[in-house]
Write a protein that binds this ligand. Structure first.
Ligand SMILES: *Cc1c(COP(=O)(O)O)cnc(C)c1O
Length: 399
């Protein structure tokens, strides 16, 4: 296999990625790319990033052998990478730390972000508070209504939440509004994107910041499990927790990489969020990738029990990894994810996020088909306390 060195200088992963933006934003993106290139080569930036990950986030997160569950399933050994133990409860904060340090280097005092379920908004508000920067979060007014507790959390952290009333009043409308803000306030504003999507250099930059997950695994698995895993499995919404754990393993050809999308109520029902499994190629959020859109190019409504997987696109690097065959992408339904959620609570004493439960459900499906000497490493991207109400509702329980 040739050395892996994607994206190219224009942000292309094969035919995917790139930068599809208005002229005014092209300037801002050039500035961002130059600043990021400089930081990447600066050992002091790296040291500051690592210091924050250790002392603010609580890294390294451990790898954990789900021993009882593996024994019960009678096949491969399942291991978890415990991103649920990070400050704020998920992997998203890794990337937010990286980008806020970059914003400071660039002298931008104002941070904007968009959020759907509110998790990226909370992670952004958290790091903005940590550095005393102004924070404005765009959120569809429908999402503001549905995610009241995350809205309150952002406000407690000092952020301004702006409800977006256009379109379907959800994530993609918030995205458009955040881009509009950036065009207007480019001088003093940094746009903090939460996943490996958006125009170049975001997919590359977010991947690099999240790669701390896989870098740690490369070191931890030989120490704890005696060797590298046979499979690395992660859930895919926009794709940042998956890219973070996949990227350092791409060159390890013997390790199979599996991304798991949300099949919602089933791929055949159309009520899902599986862009790679059931989408078409198009342009969204400034990059070319697989999307869920209709014949007229309209972005389709998506569905997943897990709010964090409910995104109509996917990062362009995943589109490339799929086409090249280096990674494979499968899907898991709402009810399979819920079953894995309950089993994980009872068997391992760990309450996983519903997003992570999709990756776990896939591992549970795979493990019995493999020998006991095989190892499946699952990225447990976040904790599930935030999902208790959703799970209760599905079980017909009112809290
Ligand atoms: C947001 C989120 C995801 C999905 O986002 P990716 O960018 O695909 O990682 C997965 N797990 C958790 C816990 C999340 O909060």
């Amino acid at each position: 296999m040739k050395p892996y060195s994607l994206p190219d200088s224009q942000g292309h992963f094969g035919p995917y990625g790139g930068s599809f933006v208005a002229e005014t934003l092209a300037y801002a993106l050039d500035e961002l790319r130059d600043a990021y290139d400089a930081c990447r080569a600066d050992p002091q930036f790296r040291a500051e990033f690592e210091y924050e990950l250790k002392h603010f986030v609580g890294r390294p997160s451990p790898v954990y052998h789900a021993k009882r569950w593996s024994e019960k399933l009678g096949g491969a050994q399942i291991w978890f990478k415990r991103e649920d133990l990070n400050h704020t409860g998920a992997h998203k904060v890794n990337n937010c730390i990286g980008q806020i340090l970059l914003a400071r280097r660039m002298g931008k005092p104002r941070i904007i972000a968009e959020t759907g379920a509110g998790q990226h908004g909370v992670a952004t508000a958290t790091v903005a508070a940590r550095y005393g920067l102004e924070c404005v979060v765009y959120m569809g007014s429908e999402d503001v209504r549905r995610q009241a507790s995350n809205v309150y959390r952002m406000k407690l952290l000092g952020a301004t939440v702006v409800p977006v009333e256009s379109g379907t009043r959800t994530l993609k409308d918030a995205l458009n509004e955040a881009l509009r803000d950036w065009v207007t306030n480019v001088e003093n504003t940094f746009y903090l994107i939460g996943t490996v999507a958006g125009p170049h250099p975001y997919p590359m930059m977010v991947r690099d910041f999240q790669s701390v997950i896989g870098d740690e695994c490369l070191q931890q698995m030989p120490e704890s499990a005696g060797r590298q895993p046979d499979y690395v499995v992660a859930s895919v919404g926009g794709g940042s927790n998956a890219m973070g754990i996949f990227y350092p393993y791409i060159q390890h050809e013997a390790v199979r990489l599996v991304g798991v999308e949300a099949a919602g109520e089933g791929l055949a029902t159309g009520r899902h969020a599986a862009s790679l499994n059931a989408g078409v190629v198009g342009v969204l959020h400034g990059n070319r990738t697989y999307l869920l859109q209709d014949e007229n190019g309209q972005i389709m409504g998506t569905h997943s029990i897990s709010a964090g997987l409910d995104y109509p696109g996917v990062g362009p690097e995943h589109a490339w990894l799929k086409d090249s065959g280096r990674a494979q992408y499968d899907s898991v339904t709402d009810s399979e994810a819920l079953a894995a959620f309950h089993d994980c609570c009872r068997t391992e004493g760990i309450m996983p996020a519903l997003e992570s439960s999709h990756a776990i459900a896939y591992a549970v499906r795979l493990a019995p088909t493999l020998g006991k000497d095989k190892i499946i490493l699952v990225n447990l991207s976040g904790r599930g306390d935030k999902d208790m109400h959703t799970v209760a509702e599905f079980s017909g329980i009112t809290l």
